[in-house]
Write a protein that binds this ligand. Structure first.
Ligand code: COI
Length: 357
């Protein structure tokens, strides 16, 4: 397939660039965005970079009615010598296509869109912040645009990439949080859309999140939807437990998102000779291990936060305090290594980083 020509329309206005370590996550956007359209006759066509602006969509556009949409999240980091680095971006585009398949959205050409992303970031390079802990968050997403209320896949779509300078996901930095084990709501079930990055998985979590906040928790621990026993995810992150020297993370059951940070942590631990197992782990097993005093560390992992240590679980009125509310040594080492590789400060022997410019 021949590569399509990218049109670039430059904005004649430049927005002020705020201090990224002070802005709430995802609330400021750069001057340009990438757009590409799809229809069944032409396939994906008309790739372009245009000034960031609101969209005009028909009120009957299918995205509004049946939620046919997928998204990704990755970051660009400013390393030494003003190099701009991406972390395993090919994994994000591969996952975007896996999510699309689940939502009956036509696949994109991953390499081609990756090239367009490079162009977009080159144009917006001054927006990539410098301070440690900051980055330019990249949000590719696809929406169904056909104006039609039929319950069927759309015949037209829009792929867009928008960019947002961000500081630390959690204000206050790496700090162990309290987690409510959710016993009523379910995030996803095997056979559902849990393995896809699609909007409904996130909005369906808000009610449980609000309940957790009311009860003093920062996030929700999701259990499997069938038996309400097996641990799946924490908030919008994957989860890891260090129990008696072994690191355990729930196996990818079909309802769990295959996180890129999760994947990288498993590879790092294997390399460091730390036993790491992907398997089912139930909340009862965790509680029993806690009572035996062998739960050493627990942390969530995701692109936005990288590592988020868990300080405490609340489960049916029972409390489990993890590592005395302190960040564990392994959590800290993983955080330092991954963020170091991302910024080009730690040798990337895995070839995970991709230099944009
Ligand atoms: C991530 O950290 O990877 C997430 O999924 C959070 C994002 C939706 C803001």
């Amino acid at each position: 397939m021949t590569k399509q020509r990218l049109e670039i329309e430059k904005s004649n206005q430049q927005k002020p660039k705020p201090e990224s370590d002070q802005i709430p996550f995802g609330s400021v956007f750069t001057d340009h965005m990438f757009v590409m359209d799809y229809d069944s006759a032409k396939g994906w066509y008309d790739p372009r970079i245009v000034p960031y602006e609101p969209l005009t969509l028909d009120p009957a556009a299918m995205i509004f009615h049946y939620g046919q949409t997928v998204f990704e999240g990755l970051k660009a980091y400013r390393g030494e010598g003003d190099r701009i680095l991406l972390f395993r971006p090919e994994q994000n585009f591969a996952r975007l296509n896996r999510s699309s398949e689940r939502l009956s959205i036509p696949p994109i050409n991953e390499e081609e869109v990756m090239d367009h992303l490079r162009e977009l970031i080159s144009l917006e390079k001054d927006w990539v912040p410098e301070t440690k802990g900051t980055s330019l968050y990249i949000r590719p997403f696809i929406i169904a645009t056909e104006p039609n209320l039929a319950v069927a896949p759309s015949k037209t779509y829009k792929l867009m990439i928008i960019l947002s300078p961000v500081g630390s996901y959690f204000t206050g930095g790496l700090r162990p949080v309290t987690i409510n084990v959710e016993d009523q709501f379910t995030r996803a079930v095997k056979g559902g859309t849990g393995m896809a990055k699609t909007a409904g998985n996130y909005s369906a979590a808000y009610q449980a999140q609000a309940k957790a906040s009311q009860e003093g928790g920062a996030e929700v621990l999701w259990l499997d939807g069938v038996e309400k026993r097996f641990i799946e995810e924490v908030g919008s992150m994957n989860i890891f437990f260090k129990i008696n020297g072994e690191v355990i993370t729930p196996e990818l059951s079909g309802s769990i998102l295959k996180g890129i940070t999760r994947m990288s942590i498993i590879e790092l631990l294997q390399d460091w000779g730390i036993p790491v197992t992907e398997r089912k782990i139930s909340i009862d097993e965790l509680y029993q291990a806690y009572e035996e005093g062998i739960v050493e560390e627990v942390f969530g992992t995701g692109t936005a936060a990288v590592i988020s240590p868990v300080g405490e679980f609340n489960w049916l009125g029972k409390k489990m305090v993890i590592n005395n509310h302190q960040i564990g040594d392994l959590s800290q080492k993983l955080y330092d290594t991954i963020t170091g590789i991302q910024r080009g400060e730690v040798t990337d022997s895995y070839e995970w980083t991709v230099e944009v410019i």
